[in-house]
Design a protein around this ligand. Structure first.
Ligand code: GLU
Length: 310
């Protein structure tokens, strides 16, 4: 099987050193393995994405000396695919509509935990307000009949139980089909190798994640698993801030019958104060370094992809 990996930036700001590291590492690993390096523009959130940032992504990556397979996949072109997957999940009663706003969620989540809501990879662990009040018999048959401005959440307890059952029902699936995923890099606490997790931990520490947002069809978690499968990605190489979210991705892969790639999470590039770089951190934008006369080799040195000594 050909090694295929991807870099998946969101065009919501300039690429910085952290993105350069992620893209160059993925590109290097693809080349070392005689594989393919793909690019995906994660512009599902049209309120924050800008065409000028997308143009700058191509420019910065080319300047760094990277080349990628074409055509480039853009999430904004894939709304029908996301909608079809949501419809499948919906028909199985794995989703329910949620009308809570952030304030409602904060108030309900804080109450049983002495004022401190539990935060997981999808934000505050949803306290289940709309899950317990929704009446499945009263739901429309199809998503297209849903009132707009309604988010859809995954019923994690149901999903985790069903996904576990799949594994038992199908002895030919590899153990990692649901029980976990293979990590060839490391999570934030050095987790590596076969990463297992339980049904209970999915419910308690992640909860009912949003799979379709009130302002656009789909969500990061839904689109990333569909896109990785459609792009036939064998190795996902990305920052370790997404390590915990991988558990959500594995659950969705099981529910949608998609393969689980191998994951390689890498460390995050931090500033001198140890703070992780953000999109608004213009001082470390690739374009700034380029304007200042730095070379792509300098960038490789800065992120530790070649040794410090010139
Ligand atoms: N779009 C995400 C980001 O810019 C990357 C998601 C991924 O690699 O799975 O952080």
């Amino acid at each position: 099987m050909t090694f295929r990996t991807r870099f998946a930036p969101s065009p919501t700001g300039p690429l910085h050193l952290g993105h350069a590291y992620s893209a160059m590492l993925a590109h290097d690993m693809a080349m070392e393995n005689g594989g393919d390096f793909l690019l995906r523009i994660e512009d599902i959130d049209q309120t924050r994405s800008r065409p000028e940032w997308e143009d700058q992504i191509y420019e910065d990556l080319a300047w760094l000396g990277l080349s990628w397979e074409t055509p480039v996949l853009r999430q904004s072109d894939r709304v029908d695919t996301y909608r079809a997957a949501l419809q499948r999940l919906w028909e199985n009663d794995w989703l329910y509509p949620c009308r809570c706003n952030r304030k409602d969620i904060l108030a309900a989540a804080a109450a049983p935990n002495e004022g401190t809501p539990l935060v997981g990879p999808d934000g505050i662990v949803y306290p289940g307000t709309c899950r317990s009040t929704h009446d499945p018999s009263g739901l429309p048959n199809s998503l297209t009949e849903m009132p707009t401005a309604t988010a859809l959440r995954l019923n994690m307890a149901m999903a985790a139980a069903l996904a576990t059952e799949h594994r038992i029902d199908d002895p030919d699936r590899p153990w990692s089909a649901f029980g976990g995923f293979t990590e060839t890099g490391a999570g934030p606490d050095g987790e590596t190798g076969l990463i297992e997790f339980t049904e209970g931990s999915l419910i308690d520490t992640i909860g009912d994640v949003v799979l379709s947002r009130r302002d656009f069809v789909g969500s990061y978690h839904l689109s990333v698993v569909l896109d990785d499968a459609d792009q036939q990605i064998t190795h996902v190489i990305r920052g370790n801030d997404l390590f915990e979210a991988t558990k959500i991705h594995v659950v969705l892969q099981r529910l949608l019958g998609l393969p689980t790639p191998i994951y390689h999470h890498h460390q995050l590039i931090r500033d001198e104060a140890g703070k992780r770089l953000a999109k608004r951190d213009d001082a470390r934008a690739i374009s700034k370094f380029r304007e200042e006369g730095h070379t792509p080799e300098d960038i490789r040195r800065m992120v530790g992809l070649i040794s410090q000594a010139p």
